[in-house]
Write a protein that binds this ligand. Structure first.
Ligand code: AMP
Ligand code: MG
Length: 364
């Protein structure tokens, strides 16, 4: 008190102050007892496609006793995709088609046919940079299902020989009949560049059908976000710094609203040979691993399968050709490019959802 003098409170304040305190206590008690607590954020996880899946979700209603049902429906969805189109499972429908050596039409699951049509569109739009028949070259460079422990580059005549077995136009797709046909009996179809994204879309479908509208689902880093977090904020996702193997750090954070994000790059799956970085992303036009300064490409799209395919396609094309095509195609794309000082970010006009480039923090 000023001057140290003790002044007694006016009579009105003597009455009102305890009343106000009482009101405050009553309101807090009411809030604690009556108001709904913030909804619980649930998380489920599992293994698929040689990697892991996870799903974070919440609902205004209580989901506690429906978790087993949700886990089963997501797992069933992913198992079905594997039975239809895995190239790691020799008994899948697609593996049986790949093993056949004829030029007859083969019936495939409607889901596989429609994914093949989607892949074909991106092949057409990228001048064949994206190509689901590239597997023989992927294997020759030491990647894929039967990758050797110490890969070495193939000889040029081996590549020339294999090139006869690569080309998406060698695959005929009849969507009405639901069949695929090889016009060259030795070609094979590998959906690795699009399947994780497709699986993410199907996980989202399983949650939506169960009445869950707010989720962040993911397979091996390809993600799809819908709705919001329990606190009402947007789902946040970190994009990795394309550092070398073993190092993991965020580079920027995205806020996603009803959007999928897929990232491809040469920084995770590669080996060095005579000073050259050889990655698992193969340029079907040169028959060699894509080689340019682009370290990673991130694509945003409402559908994760499409984001996934484009991320691989733009990785093949590289920052120059790829950025120009992404801009013309109105795609939201981010290229993280190596330069002398480290990394540089290049984006298309449609890529506008960056939340924060300084302090990455991740929900998924
Ligand atoms: P992603 O991780 O989605 O970029 O997919 C990479 C995988 O796609 C590789 O491991 C290969 O199996 C396959 N792949 C490599 N190059 C291509 C390409 N040019 N078109 C389609 N798939 C490819
Ligand atoms: Mg991909």
């Amino acid at each position: 008190m000023m001057g140290g003098a003790r002044r007694s409170l006016p009579t009105r304040a003597k009455i009102l102050l305890p009343l106000a305190l009482l009101l405050l206590v009553a309101l807090s008690v009411k809030r604690l007892l009556l108001e709904p607590r913030p909804p619980v954020l649930w998380e489920l996880a599992g293994a698929t496609m040689g990697t892991t899946w996870s799903a974070r979700f919440w609902s205004p209603g209580d989901l506690a006793d429906r978790l087993a049902e949700l886990q089963d429906s997501i797992a069933a969805e992913l198992e079905l995709i594997n039975r239809q189109m895995s190239t790691y499972d020799s008994s899948s429908e697609l593996s049986v088609f790949n093993a056949s050596r004829d030029t007859l039409p083969h019936p495939l699951a409607p889901a596989t046919i429609s994914l093949l049509l989607r892949a074909r569109q991106i092949s057409d739009l990228t001048g064949g940079a994206f190509d689901v028949t590239v597997a023989p070259l992927v294997a020759a460079w030491g990647f894929g299902a039967a990758a050797p422990a110490r890969p070495t580059p193939p000889a040029p005549d081996e590549l020339a020989d294999l090139s006869r077995r690569v080309g998406y136009r060698l695959l005929d797709i009849d969507s009405l009949a639901g069949t695929a046909r090889k016009s060259q009996p030795e070609i094979m179809v590998d959906l690795s560049a699009i399947a994780k994204g497709y699986g993410v879309d199907r996980m989202a479908g399983a949650l939506r059908r169960a009445g869950v509208a707010n989720y962040l689902v993911e397979i091996g880093g390809e993600l799809l976000a819908a709705g919001v977090r329990p606190d009402g904020g947007a789902w946040r996702v970190a994009i990795e710094r394309p550092a070398d193997l073993g190092e993991r750090a965020g580079m920027l954070t995205l806020e996603l609203a009803d959007l999928a994000v897929a990232t491809s790059g040469d920084y995770r799956n590669y080996y060095e040979y005579q000073g050259e970085r050889l990655s698992h992303i193969i340029d079907p036009r040169t028959l060699r691993p894509a080689s340019h300064a682009g370290a990673s490409v991130t694509v945003l799209h409402p559908q994760c399968a499409t984001a996934d395919a484009w991320a691989t396609a733009l990785s093949v094309l590289g920052p120059e050709e790829g950025l120009a095509l992404a801009e013309r195609s109105d795609l939201a794309a981010l290229f993280i490019v190596r330069n002398a000082g480290g990394f540089e970010l290049l984006t298309t006009t449609a890529f506008t959802v960056v939340a924060d480039t300084a302090s990455p923090e991740e929900d998924g």
